[in-house]
Design a protein around this ligand. Structure first.
Ligand code: SF4
Ligand code: SF4
Length: 414
């Protein structure tokens, strides 16, 4: 039957694969299974088979579903195959051609509820109650696992969306901060650190009230129309900003590719920076301090969408060193931790295996502090560490830096 949408993998994308196999050793699912169908090359071959007329059937869905969309394959590909784009196209076809209750629920969650602040607010309140009571034991295993990785929702800071924070130095311009679907409600302290650091170097920070979810999870799950609608809304919401700052690596990666998704999306994409880029630049320029080393080890995890998509690796390390920490590498290949949006719910076995590898790597360092610049990875790492009997704290690099600055100020004052 072949493809039925305009968003399907394109002929030029599929034919650019020269079948060299250089991507196989870096693909987490190939490494763990050894199966060609769990490799980038195998997945592209399956897409080409559907393009030539084979149906989008159970097997095709299974082959595409096991992909983490980590995009490690893109980094090593000598033929520059745009694998992430092709996979989003394949997922869009699956979403268009395959029906059922689970798929309806996936659409409701990733394409509707995440973009609805009131719905996220209700889920957050329910999660806060479940955290304090045995209620969470009633949830299905995948949800229970995710909940174990959440930060405590008790005493979380106020939401930043709709707020404006004046620059505390001579004003450089207006930086708009993406509030994110769950960043604001579940990871508020990361926003607090981001706002504090940006205003201290002269940015006026606004979090536009009419913004919505970036749409990354909807795009990864194949809901192209809703992804376009979210992108169009954000293009308008962020139009006036000089800079668009994102403190969630997965969201930043998606915003930097908005040219695929909305008219004017390229203009927004050009203004997007990950918070680690801004903070590292300010440290380099001497606008933010470097603290004396204190020798505390911090194990660093590279979120795939920071490392493979945004190609950012030096900045988080530099920020942690400026916080006085000793950065400990856990994995030179930066293999995916298995979080991958809703993957940890849909592909629990593979996600659990990848999480456990990462937890063992962290455990081997002996570090009690872990830095991760992406909320999904943070939750997966925390869950995997708990499961492996290790109790290290996981936090965002800018949060670790801002806390270190505050502690240094306190000890100077005492
Ligand atoms: S590295 Fe690129 S060209 Fe080579 S098999 Fe993988 S996707 Fe195809
Ligand atoms: S995106 Fe990641 S999991 Fe998917 S084929 Fe590429 S390397 Fe493998």
């Amino acid at each position: 039957m072949g493809w039925v949408t305009d968003f399907a993998p394109r002929e030029d994308e599929l034919s650019s694969c020269i079948q060299c196999g250089l991507c196989l050793p870096v693909c987490p699912t190939f490494r763990l299974t050894g199966l060609e169908t769990a490799s980038p090359r195998g997945r592209l071959t399956a897409m080409a088979a559907v393009a030539s007329g084979l149906p989008v059937d159970d097997r095709f869905e299974e082959i595409m579903g096991l992909c983490l969309q980590c995009r490690a394959c893109e980094v090593v590909c000598p033929s520059f195959v745009p694998f992430g784009r092709a996979m989003e196209g394949a997922r869009t076809e699956i979403a268009a051609q395959r029906k059922g209750l689970l798929r309806w629920l996936r659409r409701l969650t990733t394409a509707r509820l995440l973009g609805n602040r009131m719905a996220v607010g209700w889920v957050t309140r329910a999660a806060a109650v479940a955290q304090r009571t045995p209620l969470h034991r009633l949830a299905p295993k995948g949800i229970r696992r995710s909940m174990a990785g959440m930060r405590s929702l008790r005493g979380r800071p106020d939401l930043i969306v709709g707020n404006r924070y004046p620059a505390r130095q001579e004003k450089r311009g207006v930086a708009a901060l993406l509030s994110g679907c769950v960043m604001d409600a579940w990871f508020g302290n990361v926003h607090v650190a981001t706002v504090d650091l940006l205003t201290s170097i002269g940015w006026e920070v606004v979090s536009p009230p009419d913004q919505t979810c970036c749409g990354a999870l909807a795009a990864h799950d194949g809901w192209a129309e809703e992804t376009k609608q979210m992108a169009a809304k954000n293009v308008e919401a962020f139009r006036q900003a000089d800079l668009v700052v994102v403190d969630s690596a997965g969201c930043g990666a998606h915003l930097k590719e908005y040219h695929h998704w909305a008219d004017g999306g390229g203009e927004l994409a050009d203004k997007v920076v990950d918070v680690t880029e801004v903070v590292a630049e300010a440290i380099s320029a001497g606008h933010l301090p470097r603290l004396e080393p204190n020798g505390e080890p911090v194990a660093i995890q590279d979120p795939c969408h920071l490392r493979h998509v945004q190609r950012i690796t030096d900045q988080p390390r530099m920020i942690l060193e400026a916080a006085g920490k000793t950065v400990v590498e856990i994995d030179p290949n930066g293999q995916c931790c298995g979080a991958a949006g809703i993957y940890s719910l849909l592909e629990q076995e593979m996600s659990g295996r990848l999480g456990s590898i990462k937890a063992d790597q962290i455990k081997n360092t002996g570090a009690q502090l872990v830095a991760s610049a992406n909320p999904g990875c943070e939750m997966q790492l925390r869950t995997s560490l708990i499961e492996s009997g290790h109790s290290a704290r996981v936090a965002h690099p800018v949060e670790i830096y801002q806390e270190a600055l505050q502690q240094a100020e306190l000890s100077q004052g005492s």
